[in-house]
Design a protein around this ligand. Structure first.
Ligand code: UT7
Length: 316
């Protein structure tokens, strides 16, 4: 068996905090509605002088520093995102130059929306197996405020900005991440129009349809990862859910009888940060000692595509 271990994590958040109270001043909503329907209290928003690239660089630097590895040791640099500063070059290419990765480091951005970080972990595992250097830098980063319609109360209360990073290491005697990835092409219930759009490119979401999709897909995905790995629910130390809605997490937790203390999240102060949400939570768990060396986290993402993905990560 060969696979990945998580070596270190990092994160970066914009300075600006947007409270539920702030949102009541721009759309017809209330703190009570947002809190009870989503679990969100605050989210971060990039302001003047802050950018997607800066968030990525800060999160990446922190993760690399904590890993204690030189840039020359990095074989793969992947960023899961759909809100980079440019359509091209990929933000990962900018990191190559800024952080000094060798020119044969495989660097690209990947768009699998909110499942992106898990897709990127699987891609990193595959690429690192063939790479000359065995460390990978994997990020999830979004500036969703750029594609959020602040006149639409059904979406603008959800989204936030941020970047999470992970240094992973491939090893012949390391466990496979046992990724389970899926996609059900559906461009109607959750989408962001592209560069050809006539109207501004905002996220459109039919919340209830996506909610039903998530409640059906997430528990199944977790069960499939566990089955593939030959593990039981109790063998996982932390379940790291994409932070889209606390009610989705609660329903998945109940369905699979997961202990609530293994499923704590950070949606209350991050909101939904799409591809950044899983690595941001991973970083919080590692930084606070809630996920420790030798322990196992099961990461699960779901979102536009519609896509979903689950994978196991053991902390080195
Ligand atoms: O990250 C990618 C994946 N995304 C997700 O997983 C999101 C999944 N969906 C959700 O989390 C939920 O569907 C939402 C949080 C988006 C919406 O919650 P809901 O409980 O499904 O609300 P709803 O859309 O059924 O709306 C219920 C009512 C409606 O009013 P009426 O028709 O009952 O009078 C909405 O107009 O709530 C109204 N509403 C609001 N009221 C106050 C919708 N947004 C708001 C709001 N404040 N911000």
């Amino acid at each position: 068996m060969n696979g990945l271990k998580l070596v270190s994590t990092g994160s970066a958040m914009p300075k600006g905090v947007v409270t539920n109270e702030d949102l009541t001043k721009i759309v017809d909503t209330s703190d009570e509605w947002i809190t009870t329907r989503t679990g969100i209290h605050t989210r971060r928003r990039c302001g003047e002088g802050e950018s997607h690239t800066q968030l990525c660089l800060a999160a990446a630097r922190q993760a690399l520093e904590r890993a204690g590895i030189a840039p020359e040791a990095v074989g793969v640099c992947l960023i899961a995102t759909f809100t980079g500063d440019h359509l091209n070059p990929a933000t990962a290419c900018i990191l190559q130059k800024e952080l000094g990765f060798p020119e044969d480091t495989v660097c690209f951005d990947l768009n699998a929306a909110c499942s992106g970080f898990v897709y990127a972990l699987h891609t990193a595992q595959c690429l690192l197996a063939a790479a000359p250097r065995k460390f990978g830098l994997v990020l999830g980063a979004e500036v969703l405020s750029r594609v959020t319609d602040y006149t639409d109360r059904s979406t603008c209360i959800l989204f936030g900005d941020g970047a999470g990073a992970a240094v992973v290491e491939w090893g012949e005697d390391y466990p496979s991440i046992h990724a389970v990835l899926g996609c059900r092409g559906d461009a109607d219930v959750l989408y962001t129009p592209g560069v050809n759009a006539e109207a501004p490119s905002y996220i459109h979401m039919e919340g209830q349809s996506v909610f039903r999709f998530a409640v059906e897909t997430v528990p199944r995905c977790i069960s499939q990862v566990l089955e593939q790995a030959g593990l039981g629910v109790e063998d996982v130390d932390r379940y790291v859910f994409h932070q889209a809605n606390q009610r989705i997490i609660d329903l998945a937790m109940r369905k699979l009888h997961l202990p609530p203390e293994k499923c704590t999240g950070n949606i209350a102060h991050t909101g939904n940060t799409s591809a950044a949400s899983v690595p941001l939570l991973l970083d919080e768990l590692v930084s606070t000692g809630a996920l420790r060396s030798g322990q196992r986290a099961l990461c699960v993402g779901f979102g536009a595509g519609l896509t979903w993905g689950g994978a196991l990560l053991e902390l080195k």
